[in-house]
Design a protein. Structure first.
Ligand SMILES: O=C(O)CCC(=O)C(=O)O
Length: 297
């Protein structure tokens, strides 16, 4: 596993920034100690234990996979953490917003995978550079546990055609995969220890294989925007202010949750999910389960 990069006072150096621009990704970046990451994992697993059988309007899995920052304080705390923001600022500048935080969990010895794709395909924001994803490992992300693979330089492509597979083993919302064959030798495995993160551009080709290890693979993918980003497909979009100022006002701002699954946060969550669904389900030929309307109670 590669040694973590040496930051300058917790921030990217000019050459690290240039490497991100060149490759479309950067790793491994240590943002939390192993002990801090273990405490975060324990908090997450206690939350899963407490809420798994609870009466929530939607299945717990949806709240974890889509906009977890709205209803799970651990997710918003990580997304707003200064150690993470200091690094992200090196890519997006001083004004930062959190668009979404998504837990990608692969249970031990399971087939769950992520097909090769470009994130921006369904965000409704076009091919903007005003976004970056920070993916934080809360358990070892190794080749055996199904770490992500990135294709260096692929972020210089436009958004390429994707096909929806709706494969149940695919963790993506519609099992979308890029209609391009990616050779194994073009993939860089993004192995991370707990507390380390990677950054990737929304046009970078990436995916991940199954977890054949005996531990869970837990990652939190946080999508950051700067205020130059625009939602072009949905009528409205939302973001949590993280740092600096939003002079453009193109996104509706909201506050992080104080407690898990508060009633007001659950209402806002559903509003955001339904509005964003317009972009994220656009053109889908089948049912996009993560964005399906909640059944009326
Ligand atoms: O966690 C994974 O394996 C894939 C996550 C991903 O595709 C992303 O963060 O954009």
């Amino acid at each position: 596993m590669a040694a973590p990069m040496t930051l300058a006072g917790g921030r990217l150096t000019e050459s690290q920034r240039a490497r991100y621009e060149e490759q479309g990704f950067l790793f491994p970046i240590e943002v939390f100690s192993a002990a801090e990451a273990a405490a975060m994992r324990a908090e997450l697993e206690a939350l899963e234990e407490e809420w798994r059988g609870a009466e929530l309007p939607l299945p717990l899995n949806i709240y974890m996979r889509v906009n977890a920052q709205c209803v799970i304080p651990l997710a918003s705390r990580l997304a707003l953490h200064p150690a993470v923001l200091d690094v992200v600022e090196g890519v997006l500048g001083p004004d930062l917003m959190v668009w979404s935080a998504e837990l990608f969990i692969k249970e031990p010895q399971t087939r769950a995978r992520v097909s090769m794709h470009q994130d921006l395909t369904y965000w409704g924001m076009g091919e903007t550079g005003d976004q970056v994803t920070a993916w934080i490992a809360l358990s070892p992300a190794t080749r055996a546990s199904g770490c992500m693979d990135f294709v260096a330089g692929s972020h210089r492509n436009a958004i390429l055609p994707h096909r929806d597979t709706f494969d149940p083993d695919n963790l993506l919302s519609r099992g979308q995969e890029i209609a391009v064959d990616v050779a194994d030798e073009d993939k860089t495995p993004i192995e991370l220890m707990p507390g380390q993160m990677s950054l990737h551009h929304g046009l970078t080709f990436h995916g991940s294989g199954p977890n054949v290890s005996d531990d869970r693979r837990i990652g939190l993918a946080i999508r950051y925007l700067n205020p130059n980003a625009r939602q072009k497909v949905a009528a409205r979009d939302y973001a949590m202010m993280a740092r600096g100022v939003d002079r453009a006002g193109a996104f509706i701002h909201y506050a992080p949750p104080a407690q898990p699954f508060e009633a007001s946060a659950l209402r806002l969550y559903e509003e955001i999910r339904q509005d964003q669904a317009v972009a994220l389900t656009e053109g889908a030929a089948g049912d996009v389960g993560l964005y399906r309307k909640a059944e009326a109670s």
